[in-house]
Design a protein around this ligand. Structure first.
Ligand code: ZN
Ligand code: MN
Length: 130
């Protein structure tokens, strides 16, 4: 199997847009931003390149089931908080990965490699509106 892992102009532009935001945007938002630089790019091309960038380990796809996928320019494992009211997705800067893996390793028969954990509730902006 040959796969194109070259960093094309389009792929670089998509990665740059994603690295420069902390909003965990949708593909549509990324598409609108990249279009300013590459007007003839298509939404399909953006989706395709986002998938390749994820396979290359350069970005993360955050899958929230029924809602749109969101994309994260930080490929390293970290936690997220999703606001139930406005839908914004925030980074949670608490590093418990090793601790939680260790606890499950020690207390169960499973050998843990990774885990996923997502927080939900009200973000500070929505709390202030209440
Ligand atoms: Zn909110
Ligand atoms: Mn993130």
């Amino acid at each position: 199997m040959t796969k194109n892992t070259r960093m094309t102009k389009q792929r670089k532009a998509i990665l740059r847009v994603l690295k420069n935001t902390e909003s965990h945007p949708t593909a549509d938002w990324i598409y609108e931003q990249v279009k300013k630089e590459i007007p003839n790019i298509s939404l399909g091309t953006v989706y395709r390149n986002l998938n390749v960038l994820s396979e290359l380990g350069k970005i993360q796809i955050l899958d929230y089931g029924s809602t749109y996928s969101r994309y994260d320019g930080n490929p390293k494992n970290h936690y997220h908080f999703r606001c139930e009211k406005c839908g914004r997705v925030y980074d949670i800067h608490i590093d418990l990965f090793d601790d939680i893996n260790k606890i499950v390793n020690e207390k169960t028969a499973f050998q843990v490699n990774e885990h996923r954990l997502e927080f939900t509730g009200l973000c500070p902006i929505c709390q202030n509106e209440n």
